[in-house]
Design a binder for this molecule. Structure first.
Ligand SMILES: Cc1cc2nc3c(=O)[nH]c(=O)nc-3n(C[C@H](O)[C@H](O)[C@H](O)COP(=O)(O)OP(=O)(O)OC[C@H]3O[C@@H](n4cnc5c(N)ncnc54)[C@H](O)[C@@H]3O)c2cc1C
Length: 410
């Protein structure tokens, strides 16, 4: 029997495991997946928890329910990967061996790495919605908040779902309108980027939308520290932004086990070929999802498109054929913009988001780079698709690579 070992049973790990039991001959292959946490989070749903749209329980499922029996599921932290020996050591000292390894350990937040952020005011005047617990605590805070200066700050890029902080601040605008206190709230988005988003056309359109909603942008803000007692964030170039309520997207880093196993860069992201996800370091290791250094968005949609192509490519590879360099960095993301509307962006490594219709050219039904109610419903519907289609390893009827059909050049 050959052993395919998958580390991490989040979005990418669960999708690839469930895809591979359909594609591999299980008389010849054995699949094992390991995760440290018994609960699977639908992380895209964290955005809605602070505003009471979802509650804590709406975004979780027991991990074992998503992993059917032909796959062996082990609940344990991975302590060390020994790629020269094709071995993985778990926290309880179990040693697993593999023929092929998939690293899908994702990325997580590290609030301790910004001075002042996770100290005496953490969970009081300083919050995050980038964790399940953080989103729930922030919901309590927002419910009773009397108003003031709310600052959303991204510590450093890359972060998972780069549009989520923008969505948060636009939903905050809607939420405070609904609560009747918008005139008592100032909204500021302090970002390390020169504008609202990474790509110029979307950045301009999203920037205009923020202006229309009365949300100020503090661009190129590279935070150096938080002064939790003086309620201000300070940048390396000595700018200060005061807040009454700080919502932080802390530093995102790959899993520590990747770094300490010698497989990561300075942020513990593992270097790969961005078109095949084969490790640059070992020819029997693939890195899928947020754990790799591929220069695409760290998003569930990217993991899904990549895995659509990975399955058959992996089989070719195990049969001695070359990998096809077929992944183009395809990402798409609904961008919730408040008041029951949303936008949609679709892009890849080389093509930035453009206006148009998706997925059917000219028909849609989803408009690209334009606010609409149907995009909002698409975003809400996505949770069902996540649990019932994607996590079961089934394919959506969408091409995995980006198409220019239905897009308009501007
Ligand atoms: C607030 C928020 C909003 C988002 N919105 C969207 C969205 O709208 N659309 C979208 O496409 N994406 C969105 N995302 C991003 C999306 O959730 C991630 O890109 C996706 O989950 C990546 O999948 P992954 O498998 O790489 O990582 P994860 O799903 O994070 O899984 C990694 C797994 O590895 C496990 N692990 C890590 N280290 C170890 C170890 N040492 N031992 C054992 N197990 C380990 C973890 O427990 C975890 O289960 C959002 C994320 C957040 C936080």
């Amino acid at each position: 029997m050959k052993e395919l070992l998958i580390l991490g049973a989040g979005s990418a790990g669960t999708m690839v495991a469930n895809r591979m039991i359909r594609l591999l001959d299980l008389k010849k292959w054995h699949i094992t997946i390991v995760d440290q946490n018994p609960v699977h989070y639908y992380q895209a749903g964290f955005l809605f928890i602070p505003f009471g749209i979802y509650n804590k329980n709406d975004v979780i499922k027991p991990r074992k329910n998503l992993i059917p029996s032909p796959i062996k599921y082990l609940q344990s932290a991975v302590e060390l990967i020994e790629p020269n020996n094709n071995k993985v050591r778990l926290a309880d000292n179990t040693v697993l061996t593999y023929d092929f390894l998939v690293i899908a350990t994702g990325t997580d937040i590290y609030p301790d790495e910004t001075p002042g952020l996770a100290e005496n005011e953490w969970g009081k005047s300083i919050h995050t919605f980038y964790s399940h617990q953080g989103a729930a605590v922030l919901a309590e805070k927002l419910r009773g908040w009397k108003g003031g200066r709310l600052v959303v700050n991204v510590v450093e890029n890359p972060i998972k779902c780069p549009v989520a902080p923008l969505e948060f601040i636009m939903l905050a605008d809607w939420f405070f309108h609904k609560r009747g206190i918008r005139d008592r709230v100032e909204l500021i988005y302090a970002t390390p980027l020169p504008g609202a988003f990474t790509k110029p056309i979307a950045s301009k359109m999203l920037g205009n939308l923020l202006t229309k909603k009365g949300i100020a942008v503090e661009p190129e803000f590279m935070i150096e520290r938080v002064d939790p007692d003086a309620n201000k964030i300070v940048s390396y170039d000595e700018r200060e932004v005061d807040y009454d309520l700080l919502v932080s997207v802390p530093l995102n880093k790959g899993s520590e086990v990747v770094g300490k196993s010698g497989l990561g860069d300075e942020l513990n992201y593992s270097p790969v070929n961005p078109h095949t996800f084969l490790s640059d370091l070992f020819d029997n290791i693939f890195v899928l999802g947020d754990a790799s250094n591929a220069p695409t968005s760290k998003a569930g949609s990217v993991a899904h498109f990549a895995i659509d192509l990975f399955g058959e490519n992996f089989i070719r590879y195990t049969e001695g054929q070359e990998l096809l360099p077929n992944f183009d960095g395809h990402a798409n993301c609904f961008v919730e913009s408040g008041f029951g509307k949303g936008m949609l962006i679709d892009f890849n490594y080389t093509q930035e988001p453009l206006p148009g219709r998706y997925p059917l050219p000219g028909i849609g039904p989803f408009p690209l780079l334009e606010e609409s109610k149907i995009n909002h419903w698409g975003k809400l519907m996505f949770r069902w698709m996540y649990w019932n289609i994607l996590m079961k390893g089934l394919a959506l009827p969408l091409p995995p690579t980006m198409s220019m059909a239905g897009k308009w050049t501007v």
